[in-house]
Ligand binder design. Sequence first.
Ligand code: CP
Length: 310
Amino acid sequence: MKHLLSVDDLTADAATAILDDAERLEQALLGREVRKLPTLRGRTVMTVFFEDSTRTRVSFEVAGKWMSADVINVGAKGSSASKGESLRDTVRTLHAAGADCLVVRHPASGAAHRIAAWGGASGPSVVNAGDGTHEHPTQALLDALTLRQRLGSLAGRRVVVVGDVLHSRVARSNAHLLATLGAEVVLVAPPTLLPIGVEQWPVSVAHHLDGELPGADAVMMLRVQAERMRGGFFPSAREYSISYGLSARRQALLGEDVPVLHPGPMVRGMEIASAVADSAQSAVLAQVRNGVHVRMAVLYQLLAGAEGVS
Ligand code: CP
C-alpha cells in the first residue's frame, strides 16, 4: 500500500490487517522502559494540517515518534501557505525537503487525492487525515478497532450513527468501512443533515433516535459542524439537542454494555450529555488511545513496506 486516501482502498482483509497490526504494536510497546520501537528510524513523516486538529495531528505525531520516525508538523499558519504559496508548491517543497510521508488535513474534499496524484510513483506516501466533508479513513479504522474490542466482532452488529451526517467525513468513512467489515449501519439524522446520494451508501436511514436505541449494539455520536453550515435549513442547537442529543434519558434506552462513541471534539450538552460522555459506556478516550496504535499501524504499513507485524 503506497497511500491511504479512502476506506475504499481497503478490503475487509486489508482493514483487519491494520487493526491486527495496531494491537500487535500496542503489545510491542507494553512494559518497555522507553516507549520506542526502531521500526521507522531514518524515515521522515510530515503532518500538513490546513485545518485545526487535536486528536489526529497529535496521535500521528506520537505514532511516528514511538516508531522512531522524524516527525515535522506543518500548518497553514506559520508556513508560506499564508503568503499565498499554492498547495502543489507546498507539497513539492516538503517532498524535496525529505518527506517520506505526508499526513494531510485540508478543508477541500479531494485534496489528499490531488497531492498523491501530483507526487506520482516517486512521490511521498500520502495519508488522508480528513479532507473537507469527504473522508477520514484513520478515524474509521480507530472506531472499528474500538468497536471490535468492545463487541468482539463487527459481523452482524447494528451500529447507530447519529447527527450531522451531511458535513461529516467521519460518518462517510465509517459507513463504508463498517459495512465492509460486516456491520449493519443505521444513520439517524434530520433530513436537512443528510447528504444527497445517501441512498447509495450501504446503510439504512432513520429520523427518530428513540426508536433506534433499544436495538443498537453500539452508538456513534457525530460532531455538529457549525463551521461548515452556511445557508440551508439546519436545526437550532436547542432543536438538535432535543431530537438528537444523547441525554441520560436516552442512554437508559440502550443495553448496559452498549458502547457510546464520539470522534471528538464533543459539544457537551448539545450532542451528548456530560453524564453520558463520562460514563462507563463511553468509549471516547479508548478511541483516542486506539488512534495512536492505528496510526502506528498505518505508518508502518506505508513506510516499512510490510504486510503485517509479526
Ligand atoms: N476526530 C478528529 O478528527 O478530531 P480532531 O479534529 O481533533 O483531529
